[in-house]
Design a protein around this ligand. Sequence first.
Ligand code: PMP
Length: 403
Amino acid sequence: MLYKKDLIENFPILKREINGKKIIYFDNAATTLTPTNVTNAIKDFYDYHNANVHRGAHLLSNEATEMYENARKTVAKFINAKTQEIIFTRGTTESINLFAYSIGKSNWLENKEVLITTIEHHSNFVPWQQLSKIFNFKVNYYNPENSLFELDKFFSNITENTKLISITGMSNVTGQVIPIKEIIKYAHEKDILVHIDGAQLVPHFGIDVIETDIDFLSFSGHKMLGPMGIGVFYGKKKFLKKLPPFQYGGEMINWVSIENTDFAELPEKFQAGTPNVGGAVGLKAAIELLNEIGMENIKKHSKKLTKYAIDKMKELDYINLYTSKDTSSVISFNIDNVHPHDVAQILSDKFGIAVRSGHLCAQPLLKQLNTKSVCRASFYFYNTEEEIDKLIEGIKYIKEWFK
Ligand code: PMP
């Protein structure tokens, strides 16, 4: 455990029991626990400062605006971006839809190709697939064997028409960490832009958009201690300036006449309507806690726990592991002849362990793995090796029970 200080006090869910067993939360890839500094920040906003932002001259509106814009500054600093480059969205899914729609509508992709992979979460798959039917671009798919990414094979899918690569930074099924720096370097040499789905990568590894030279990035607050309903879309200013808005309405305009509308500057151009101010305030508090713990420590802890769990699981010859040598934090597995839903149900009921089961919103990837569903245990900094021992105990019990 990394964050020993008042762990239970800061994560009240950990006080809960399931059928008399202390809860063990291994569903962090779906959403992380919410610490009290985050819920307190949200409560403080609604209790004392709640007002709509940007439009008001009154005190509360000014305070709300300041809190909202401070949250943007905190996010910008966290990924080493400029504040105008941070667009608040509902989460990764909305960020990718915003981006795919906007770039689809621009002329960047006109008669050209977007390269994605079949290891993507549906949210970095379906938008490209569907929007290519509306806008004038084509999607190419890198379909790796066994769902494990290999750099040279990926590169061989780049054609002279490829103008954009959109790829996950870390798989939510195999936990494989993708070599995004190498991809970006290679792509830029060929005048190809790169968008990274950072939903899993950012919470465990953080990211520096300058050092990596990422063009576009999407991530979700709720997978890094923040509340649900707030996420981030980042883009280099020079590109965001050229891209058309995603949604139209209030907040995103300079002026409106009957004939036409002049759009606001960044970031408002991409943020139509009343924003989720409480969510942004919560995300700020989440990032403050992550900074206090240190992303480097979180990364090391994730890697240590992952290795520990994989080594233990490998000792059980009836476990199918869907991992790679680059796996971190996310371990998908199946127990021979036991349905993953049964595994998840028994782990919860008998051991108080929360794992996910199903297709994990990655059906093309699961097809490659030759399975319809898997179990997934995913860790964060509050998890421990002792908890993994309990998981192994649970798996052994289930195997025995289904004999
Ligand atoms: N991409 C990846 C890799 C994910 O793991 C997830 C969430 N499971 C998403 C995108 C979508 O995130 P959200 O549901 O927060 O929009």
